[in-house]
Design a protein around this ligand. Structure first.
Ligand SMILES: *Cc1c(COP(=O)(O)O)cnc(C)c1O
Length: 448
């Protein structure tokens, strides 16, 4: 097919597409960038302009674009089969990947349930947790504890345990009731980080006491609440939540959709606190950012509660047509191989230090209220008043303006409100990362 010109493609887009998380009236008025191809850590638009992929194509790219080994693995799988079902049939690549995931997952996670997005991975974890208690006869455990400003995806169950008012408020009457506790967000808390964490932990414990016997699980994003604006929890918070879950005998669901696959500096965020969840949700980076695939991992104990020969009522009736898609699994296996071959985890400390050094300088700029970092996940929060932490008027869309100003300099970022998000692919090379950090620093310093 002949390449379309930029204006032709924009015309098609504007006539036929409805973009996610987008006020389409603004989109239709705008001059969108049309991405045509990628190469390594760069995106190229239809005008041939090159941008560093500074947020990993929405937090999922790991090794870059057009990675020969992943491309080859997908082609190789295409020569066998693109897709067959896991309903009533096995599939070689899906089995291979399941073993690989269990091998690297936190201890105790033994079984892999596939789906195709982060939201479905969470939805599945919630339903497994819910049915687990039903199956073992503890039938009053039907409620979940979640964290305010949490983001777990956009399906109705995932939204029910999500706490972002702007996204979720309108759907309130559609959701199941969840017990929320405050997010341990030190920048928006009057007190020390320890007091901040303690306040959330006390709230969780108080719910576990008052609703004893009714809680199925606690669900949270480990270490970092991504979509809420890269809120980095105080050290030890995750471990304390795990201890509460154990003490009060409720399941612990960790949503590693954003944090998984090296974003926090380790393969999984749970590793920082040596946490062993009952259920773990994976998506985004699982295929290296190539194809939509997700997985919900759980323990033998949870799995066993669903196993009863000939008993159809214990079965987990959930599945999606493309569950365990072979191309996605092939990409995921190739991505895991690259983690080892390219020593990705070992390469991270240097990059994490570079970001930390740049953030220390950026923190001093007049409109920067807070800088937050957990491994390769970074957030720079812009505020009107550094002392009072008063935000800018949301209508000013300052975060978006800052990111727009970085585009001509060759960096593609996407903010969360007035938080400038930095989320480079874990495999990014140091010179490109330096270039990205320079663009961010220079833009904030000179233009805002
Ligand atoms: C992105 C995200 C999700 C949703 O993943 P999708 O693939 O977009 O459905 C869920 N949880 C967290 C923590 C995320 O960052």
């Amino acid at each position: 097919m002949k390449d379309k010109t930029t204006s032709d493609t924009i015309a098609l887009d504007k006539q036929y597409l409805w973009h996610p998380f987008t006020q389409m009236a603004d989109w239709l008025d705008g001059e969108p960038v049309m991405i045509e191809r990628g190469e390594g850590f760069f995106l190229f638009d239809t005008e041939g302009r090159r941008y560093i992929d500074g947020v990993s194509s929405l937090w999922c790219n790991v090794h870059g674009h057009r990675v020969p080994a992943i491309d080859a693995a997908i082609r190789d799988q295409l020569d066998r089969i693109a897709h067959s079902t896991l309903l009533g049939l096995g599939q070689t690549r899906a089995a291979e990947l399941a073993e690989r995931l269990v091998r690297i997952a936190p201890a105790g996670l033994q079984k892999v349930f596939y789906s195709d997005s982060g939201a479905t991975a969470v939805e599945i974890a919630l339903k497994i947790a819910y049915q687990y208690w039903q199956n073992i006869g503890d039938t009053c455990r039907t409620r979940f504890i979640a964290i305010r400003d949490a983001y777990h995806g956009d399906t109705v169950g995932a939204v029910s345990v999500g706490g972002m008012d702007l996204f979720h408020g309108i759907f309130k009457s559609l959701l199941f009731e969840t017990l929320f506790v405050s997010s341990p967000h030190p920048y928006r808390f009057d007190g020390t980080p320890d007091q901040c964490a303690a306040a959330s932990l006390e709230a969780i414990e108080s719910l576990l006491k008052t609703c004893a016997g009714q809680i199925a699980a606690i669900v949270l994003e480990p270490l970092v609440q991504g979509a809420a604006g890269i809120i980095v929890h105080p050290r030890g918070f995750l471990k304390s939540v795990e201890q509460l879950a154990r003490r009060y005998n409720v399941l612990l669901i960790v949503d590693e959709v954003a944090t998984g696959f090296a974003r926090t500096g380790k393969m999984f965020a749970c590793e920082h606190d040596d946490v062993r969840p009952d259920l773990m949700c994976l998506a985004k980076g699982i295929t290296g950012g190539y194809l939509p695939l997700a997985a919900t991992l759980t323990t033998q104990e949870v799995f066993d509660a669903f196993c009863a020969k000939g008993d159809p009522y214990k079965t987990f009736y959930h599945g999606h047509t493309y569950t365990g898609n072979a191309l996605g699994c092939a990409a995921a296996v190739a991505s895991l191989d690259l983690f080892e071959q390219n020593w990705i985890l070992e390469s991270l400390p240097e990059k994490i230090d570079l970001i930390a050094a740049a953030f220390t300088r950026i923190a001093d700029l007049p409109s920067v209220g807070d800088v937050r970092q957990c491994g390769l996940m970074g957030g720079i929060e812009l505020v009107l008043d550094k002392t009072t932490r008063q935000p800018f008027d949301a209508k000013r869309k300052l975060g978006a303006a800052v990111c727009a100003a970085m585009r001509p300099k060759g960096a593609m970022l996407r903010p969360l409100g007035d938080v400038i998000v930095l989320m480079p692919p874990p495999a990014i090379d140091v010179p490109t990362l330096k270039q990205l950090l320079d663009i961010i620093e220079e833009t904030l310093e000179r233009e805002f």
